[in-house]
Design a protein around this ligand. Structure first.
Ligand code: ADP
Length: 377
């Protein structure tokens, strides 16, 4: 939920909880000395000024923030209520505190005198605790989302700038390795071979980082629409056939008779299946097999990528979709990997309303299952 919705729910919930005529949620400013009304419920509260009020000028808020609910039975004779909104005789004010840190106050108002008692104060305080926790959690999520967005933007710019010098360096080194600039000693060839492999890794890292940032980028949403699933899976299998044959692996596609349409983009679906099939081929030793199955099940589209490869240790499974994570048995192989492929796959699958699951046993193989809602024509 957005912060505004959370605050408005809190104001409404508070009004119901103590049967108040009106309620207001006030939040402390960053300086911790001023309160600003963030949400109200009940028409009369509209009269309340919305500019920040100094806590030092508001005895009721001061009491509530100090951990003591403040009950005013009749504002006309209670000097603490001098700044309270006009027509309300009864006022109840409790603090919004999370983990010992005050974040604001919750006010309940009623027109009649003596409407709130200690029991109401306890009710409102319990709701305020829950409210403070929710507000704090929502603020934390918003802060993380903002950070994630700036991280994505930084990655997009930085990797974009890195890509062309890497490509240039790579083609120059390939020229040297290919003997186009003259003969090399065995030792020189070995060093240049290693530089070339490092550049290959850098290139895949830059491409994966760009894909990851793109997968999370909201700008892409406009290009999304109903997309053919079978075609994307077929393309990915075809793409890896030569590599599988070269490695001595069997690669098989078990297609689906139904034409399955899912939400997404061709590019996005290609990324999902090329990543999964590339992993299956990469992590399956010679003599093994990779089977890709497309089916419709319970009205949903399902793609399975199964291999008879090295498998994934049980301890690694919960981390598999984290950015940069690579399982120890994969790292031990002489295969290039960035640990970003599955993070890209998961972000895209979820973006298109689907989910991804994995089952695996070390030494026996892995099974990745992607399920999408079917888009009806
Ligand atoms: P990488 O670039 O390392 O392949 P991924 O994000 O694609 O990164 O995968 C993360 C990790 O998940 C891999 O490093 C590997 O440990 C494990 N993994 C993924 N697919 C398979 C598979 N088919 N078989 C075994 N391990 C796999």
């Amino acid at each position: 939920m957005e912060l505004e919705q959370v605050l408005s729910c809190l104001a409404k919930g508070a009004r119901q909880a103590v049967e108040a005529d009106a309620t207001a949620v006030c939040l402390l400013d960053e300086d911790g000395h001023h309160l600003t009304i963030a949400a109200v419920c009940g028409a009369e509260t509209e009269r309340r000024p919305s500019e920040p009020v100094a806590v030092s000028d508001s005895p009721l808020d001061r009491e509530a923030l100090g951990g003591h609910p403040a009950i005013v039975t009749d504002s006309r004779s209670d000097p603490r209520a001098a700044r309270a909104p006009g027509d309300f005789c009864s006022i109840l004010c409790v603090g919004l505190v999370y983990d010992g840190a005050p974040i604001g106050t919750l006010h309940a108002y009623a027109s009649d005198p003596r409407r709130f008692d200690e029991e109401d104060a306890a009710h409102l305080a319990a709701l305020a605790d829950l409210g403070a926790m929710t507000v704090t959690a929502t603020r934390a999520v918003l802060a993380l989302e903002t950070l994630d967005a700036s991280k994505g933007q930084f990655i997009r710019v930085a990797t974009h700038e890195l890509r062309s010098p890497i490509t240039v360096a790579q083609s120059l080194v390939r020229g040297v390795v290919g003997g186009y600039v003259g003969e090399m000693t065995e030792r020189q060839a070995d060093v240049f071979g290693r530089i070339s492999r490092r550049l290959d890794f850098l290139e895949s890292l830059v491409n994966d980082l760009l894909d990851l940032a793109a997968g999370k980028s909201p700008e892409l949403a406009e290009e999304e629409g109903p997309t053919l699933l079978n075609a994307a899976v077929g393309r990915a299998v075809l793409l890896f056939q030569p590599r599988a044959e070269e490695k001595g692996l069997g690669i098989r596609l078990q297609p689906c008779r139904d034409q399955l349409i899912v939400w997404g983009t061709e590019g996005g679906l290609d990324r999902i299946f090329t990543n999964l099939i590339s992993n299956a081929v990469k992590y399956t030793p010679s003599g093994g097999s990779v089977t890709v199955t497309v089916r419709k099940t319970d009205g949903q589209a399902q793609v399975e990528v199964a291999d008879t490869g090295i498998g994934i240790p049980e301890k690694a499974l919960p981390h598999l979709f984290e950015e940069f994570y690579r399982a120890p048995n994969a790292k031990a192989l002489d295969e290039v990997g960035t640990g970003l492929g599955l993070a890209i796959v998961k972000a895209l699958v979820e973006r298109y309303g689907g989910r991804i699951e994995v089952a695996s046993e070390v030494g026996k193989g892995s099974l990745f299952t992607v399920t999408f809602p079917v888009v009806e024509r």
